[in-house]
Design a protein around this ligand. Structure first.
Ligand code: AMP
Ligand code: TRP
Length: 336
């Protein structure tokens, strides 16, 4: 049997933060040699809220460079740009016509983002999860590694696939494969540095709330020094009344690569004054190699473009094949 196929993506909006890294990309990297991997840059998703056309292409390249800098290995992984493959938008349209409107109106992320947009909510923002379903189902992916906040979108993806299979396929010959979400327990929901009850997010207006993968050592030091803590002495993972403490210990655990038990033991009697310098150190050291590789890739734009071109060719063949199957099932005619 061949390897299972893994697919995921991130939007090229703003610099990736530790939530994106620990919730998603680190997991893509860790298991990549067990799977046949497709990781893409979700630039069609990036215009569902107002965007700057002068920056979109640069941010797309920068995200590709960051994927590679985080350790994606081209021997196991295909990297491509969503908008380079027209099947994404085309399949999303076909799915639009079989997806009940009320499935989308229920989406938590839509409600949250729509609130932030005020009057300016596009149909694209509502339709975003349908495009995401197309992204995934085009590749007949087995597994989709994401953070906790994407779980509902993955459920919707399965519902759309099941509906299409039911309405237009047969039980013995399903058209689309139902994917499984891959959500790790640890790191699935990294919280803001200014409020441990809110997730770390690119769209938080406060820079202080997140550490990005490209923050300098000084920025990291300042953010950790000023981050929200509590007046309790002794640090533990398990006190639900101390969300900041849980979050900072989780960051320390994941960035230092230790087990939860080892960190719990090491930190049990510590105060914040003792803990914070350790956290600062593992963060600076953990991000340094990623930042070095990123800088190097950013000086090699031609190579980067070639990686994306190769990725496009490989991904396009699979995507076109699936799109063809869906169009056949829906009864479309073929040109001569
Ligand atoms: P986005 O920034 O919305 O494009 O998210 C890209 C990936 O990062 C998705 O798989 C998200 O689930 C994941 N992600 C975003 N924010 C967090 C967070 N605070 N904690 C864990 N994972 C996250
Ligand atoms: N919606 C995802 C996010 O904001 C990004 C995304 C788009 C995605 N298409 C996808 C993730 C397909 C996984 C699979 O994080």
């Amino acid at each position: 049997m061949g390897k299972q196929r893994v697919l995921s993506g991130v939007q090229p909006t703003g610099t990736l933060h530790l939530g994106n890294y620990l919730g998603a990309i680190r997991n893509w990297v860790e298991d990549q040699n067990q799977y046949d991997n497709y990781f893409f840059i979700a630039d069609l998703h990036a215009i569902t809220v107002p965007h700057d056309p002068g920056q979109l292409a640069d941010q797309t390249y920068a995200l590709a460079a960051l994927y590679l800098a985080c350790g994606l290995d081209l021997e196991h992984t295909t990297i491509f740009v969503q908008s380079h493959i027209s099947a994404h938008a085309e399949l999303a349209w076909l799915f639009n016509c079989i997806t009940p409107l009320n499935w989308l109106e229920r989406m938590i992320q839509f409600k949250e983002k729509a609130l932030k947009q005020g009057e300016n909510v596009s149909i694209g923002l509502l339709d975003y999860p349908v495009l995401q379903a197309a992204d995934i189902l085009l590749y007949q992916a087995d597994l989709v590694p994401v953070g906790e906040d994407q779980k509902q979108h993955l459920e919707l993806t399965r519902d759309i696939a099941a509906r299409l299979n039911f309405q237009y396929g047969s039980e013995t010959h399903p058209i689309l494969k139902l994917p499984e979400p891959l959500i790790r327990k640890e790191g699935a929901r990294i919280m803001s540095l200014t409020d441990g009850t809110n997730k770390m997010s690119k769209s938080d207006p406060s820079e202080q709330s997140r550490i990005t993968l490209l923050d300098t050592p000084d920025e990291i030091r300042n953010k950790i020094k000023r981050c929200k803590t509590d007046p309790v002495r002794g640090l533990s993972f398990d006190d639900p009344e101390r969300p900041e403490c849980q979050n900072l210990l989780t960051l320390y655990q994941l960035m230092s690569g230790q087990s939860k038990a080892a960190v719990a033991k090491e930190c049990t009697d510590m105060g914040w004054g003792q803990f914070k310098p350790l956290l600062i150190e593992v963060m600076i050291e953990g991000l340094r190699p990623i930042q070095d590789r990123y800088t190097e890739w950013m000086t090699q734009k031609q190579e980067l473009a070639a990686v994306l071109q190769k990725g496009k060719d490989k991904a396009d063949a699979i995507a076109s094949d699936t799109l063809g199957k869906v169009k056949d099932a829906l009864g479309y005619s073929h040109p001569l």
